[in-house]
Every structure is written in structure tokens, then in C-alpha cells.
Design a protein around this ligand. Structure first.
Ligand SMILES: Nc1ncnc2c1ncn2[C@@H]1O[C@H](COP(=O)(O)OP(=O)(O)OP(=O)(O)O)[C@@H](O)[C@H]1O
Ligand SMILES: [Mg+2]
Length: 270
């Protein structure tokens, strides 16, 4: 494995670990993965995190509620023939729409469950804000150790904010070296005003280096303010978070992506 891949793998493992610490004793958490604006890496983060959690033995359900840019099925190697909207509109039963994605490609026992977006709808915000969406998330939550929900960016559309009341909280993905600090702050404020708990900020696409070796892009995780996050230019500098490490669940050896991690097919442009 080359250094960049090893650095990426390590960053995802640390992200997983820090998220679990940050979730504390929230039972069966449901977590929105969002960002201030488009293209910051929500779907990539969601896919990698889901993969890593499943590989570590957690029962993971991923729901794609970015109805305007369905892409988690591409990141995880699933399909989008049907999914959440079909369930919400009573077109298909939930059990028919959930896909099992094998994570351990060596034929092991690890996998995760995916509910893709399903058929396109003309009124995404309205559908996502409906009571049925909350019921659907709750139903999935009961079946899982953790539910990860890919969503639209917070600032351009209300789709994510209307789902906020139905989940345990959110993590905000920030594209390092691109998204302005005040843009991130606006997104954070919108979530807080919406009473959506913020579990942390993921600084994505970090040009990190450690011991003089460039690791390329990566993830970092922390509950710093966006201003602090924007200042962090190395993955290692962002990883000292977590005030209750005893709540962290047991980890595996970090081999989440040892077999290459999730497929990385590119989503179609919005
Ligand atoms: N850590 C990373 N390192 C390198 N490239 C990345 C990383 N994270 C995301 N990307 C790339 O950035 C682009 C946008 O990522 P992604 O689709 O995950 O963003 P998104 O926030 O889900 O976008 P959208 O708002 O359009 O749904 C993709 O081409 C993806 O491969
Ligand atoms: Mg996306």
C-alpha cells in the first residue's frame, strides 16, 4: 500500500474513532452527513465512514437523502433502482428497498445496509420534511448500531434542515483550503438554530504531512469552531478531540480499507 493510501486509511480510522467518542452514550444514533455547500465530500465521507464502521463490526445502515444528487449507491457499489422515496410514497415496502452491501470482500461476515434515494421527486424538501421521513429513520435506527444519512448541503436548500429534528445530530464536512470560514460558520449556525446537534466537523481533502511525508488528501475530525478547523492544515493537529474516551467502542486494527475500501465510482454532476 502506498503512503497516500495508508494515510487515508489511518485518517478514516481516526474519524471513525473520534465520531464514536463524540456520540458518547447516544443509543443507536442517526447522523446526518452534511456540508455548507456542494462538493465538499459528504458522500465520500459517508461511504468511507460507513465502510469503516461496518468493517469494525458495527451494524450500519446508510440512507441517501440527498434527493437532488443521489450518489451513495455509487460510492458503496449499490444501485438506485428504488429506495427511500419509493418507501415514503408508499410505492414499495421498506424491506424490498434495502440493499445489503458486502464490506469484507474476502468473503467474511461484514456488510452494511443501504437505502438509496429511489425515484426522483419534484418536491424533495416537502417529502423530507414529512412525518413519514421521521418514521422511516426511526425504523432504520431500531435495526442498527448507527444510521448514517447523506444529505444535501445546508446553505443552498432546506432539505437537510427539515430532516434535522428526526435525527440524533449531524457532522459537518468542510473542504479544507476551499470553503470560507464564514460560510462554514453560517452552516453551523443554521444547524444550531435548527436545534440539530453538531457532533463534529470533518476537515476533508486536507493536504497533510507527517514526518515529512506527504499523505495527500485526508480526513480530520474535531468539534473545533470552523475558524479553528480552517486553520488546521495537518490531520494530526485535528485529532485530539473527545472528552470521554471511555465511551469509545472497541475498534478493530484499522483495516477498514485494507482491501481497497469502498468502490470509488464518481457520482454524476448535479
Ligand atoms: N478526501 C478526499 N480526497 C480526495 N478527493 C475527495 C475526497 N473527498 C471527496 N473527494 C472528491 O471530491 C468530489 C466531491 O466529493 P463528494 O461527491 O463526496 O462531495 P459531496 O459533498 O457529496 O458533493 P455533492 O454536494 O455534490 O453531493 C468527488 O470527486 C470526490 O471523489
Ligand atoms: Mg454527495
Amino acid at each position: 500500500m502506498n503512503r497516500a493510501a495508508a494515510g487515508q486509511r489511518e485518517a478514516v480510522r481516526l474519524l471513525r474513532s473520534n465520531l464514536l467518542v463524540s456520540l458518547g452514550d447516544v443509543q443507536h444514533p442517526s447522523v446526518l452527513i452534511t456540508s455548507a455547500v456542494a462538493g465538499e465530500g459528504k458522500t465520500a465521507t459517508c461511504g468511507q465512514l460507513a465502510w469503516s464502521l461496518a468493517y469494525a463490526g458495527h451494524r450500519v445502515v446508510v440512507i441517501d437523502l440527498d434527493l437532488r444528487h443521489p450518489a451513495v449507491h455509487l460510492a458503496l457499489g449499490g444501485h438506485n433502482d428504488f429506495g427511500a422515496t419509493d418507501v415514503l410514497l408508499d410505492k414499495r415496502p421498506l424491506a424490498e428497498c434495502v440493499q445489503y452491501i458486502e464490506v469484507d470482500r474476502s468473503g467474511g461476515k461484514h456488510g452494511l445496509y443501504l437505502l438509496a434515494t429511489g425515484s426522483r421527486v419534484s418536491n424533495p424538501t416537502e417529502l423530507l420534511g414529512s412525518r413519514r421521513t421521521g418514521v422511516l429513520i426511526e425504523a432504520m435506527r431500531q435495526q442498527a448500531d448507527i444510521v448514517l444519512i447523506d444529505t444535501a448541503p445546508v446553505l443552498p436548500v432546506a432539505d437537510t434542515l427539515v430532516v434535522g429534528p428526526a435525527v440524533s445530530g449531524a457532522i459537518l464536512v468542510v473542504e479544507a483550503h476551499r470553503t470560507a470560514t464564514d460560510t462554514v460558520q453560517q452552516a453551523k449556525n443554521a444547524l444550531i438554530r435548527n436545534q440539530t446537534r453538531l457532533f463534529g466537523i470533518v476537515l476533508n481533502k486536507v493536504q497533510a504531512s507527517k514526518g515529512g511525508h506527504a499523505y495527500g488528501h485526508g480526513y480530520a475530525y474535531g468539534s473545533e469552531t470552523p475558524a479553528d478547523a480552517a486553520l488546521g492544515d495537518a490531520v494530526g493537529g485535528m485529532l485530539a478531540e473527545g472528552d470521554s474516551p471511555e465511551n469509545a467502542r472497541p475498534e478493530n486494527d484499522g483495516a477498514a480499507n485494507a482491501r481497497g475500501g469502498p468502490p470509488t465510482r464518481q457520482p454524476k454532476p448535479r
